[in-house]
Design a protein around this ligand. Structure first.
Ligand code: SAM
Length: 243
């Protein structure tokens, strides 16, 4: 049946995503810097600026991986605040915890293994939630957006940083070339893993574009949904508020 087929497909995606991130965890930060030429740092910095996070806030970084955003939030919220770095993948979470602990980021941060589709937190828990380069890996994105809405406090913000659709076709073509021809080769060279980086390119192409994601966030209950393109729309950050 159609349903049976879909179920198999869904399990395959979950397994594949798990395999990809177990495989890339150790080299993840290095590859991020290489693949983006360091620009992912600017995308993340802008996301932090939009977050409006202040001292004393409670922040959830879901699909937080190796903890770049969580590290910055930990400093912003200070000793009276709280940061939860959550990820479905224990390999990524382990690399993240080690990195942050070695940097002396301790005290106001917790690590939780969790699926974005069914977050294990009470309603109205967080002032801000971020998901950076994570949503495209989630099988049921609508369920994930609803779950994030549920655990946000009223007035709280969700920020989704993700690859998106380049704003002009020339850049789109170049970017396609880059991601399908060059990225897998870099993955092979640096991490001895061509397949995972091929998945990366495919998952980027499949991900909803700016307007589609905006609509999905509104459907999940967010208001004032806006997005900002960065690097000509290669990446966009969407922001929505829980009413
Ligand atoms: N946020 C980090 C960053 O920007 O560098 C890591 C992004 S990494 C590309 C994507 C992360 O999403 C991986 O760590 C992966 O384990 C996690 N992930 C995939 N599916 C997930 C899910 N359903 N729930 C939570 N995390 C998930």
């Amino acid at each position: 049946t159609h349903f049976g087929y879909k179920t198999v497909e869904t399990q395959d995606k979950v397994k594949m995503v798990a395999g990809v991130f177990h495989s890339v965890a150790a080299k993840y930060d290095l590859m991020n810097d290489l693949m983006s030429g360091g620009v992912h740092r600017l995308w993340k910095r802008f996301t932090i600026e939009l977050s409006g996070v202040r001292s004393g806030n409670a922040v959830l970084d879901i699909a937080g991986g190796t903890g770049d955003l969580a590290a910055k939030f930990s400093r912003l919220v200070g000793p009276t605040g709280r940061v939860v770095l959550a990820d479905i993948n224990d390999s990524m979470l382990t690399v993240g915890r080690e990195k942050l602990t070695n940097k002396g980021i301790v005290g106001n941060i917790e690590y939780v293994q969790a699926n974005a589709e069914c977050l294990p937190f009470p309603d109205n828990s967080f002032d801000c939630i971020t998901i950076a380069f994570g949503l495209r890996n989630v099988t049921d994105k609508d369920a994930a957006l609803r779950s994030m809405n549920r655990v946000l406090k009223p007035g709280g913000r969700l920020l989704v940083l993700e690859f998106s659709k380049p704003v002009n076709p020339v850049i789109g073509k170049l970017y396609d070339r880059y991601s399908f021809d060059i990225l897998p080769k870099m993955g092979q060279l640096v991490a001895n893993d061509e397949e995972s980086y091929r998945y990366l390119a495919e998952s980027i192409r499949m991900h909803p574009d700016q307007e589609t994601l905006k609509g999905m966030m509104a459907d999940a209950g967010f208001v004032d949904v806006r997005y900002h393109n960065m690097t000509a729309g290669v990446v966009a950050v969407h922001r929505g508020v829980k009413p």
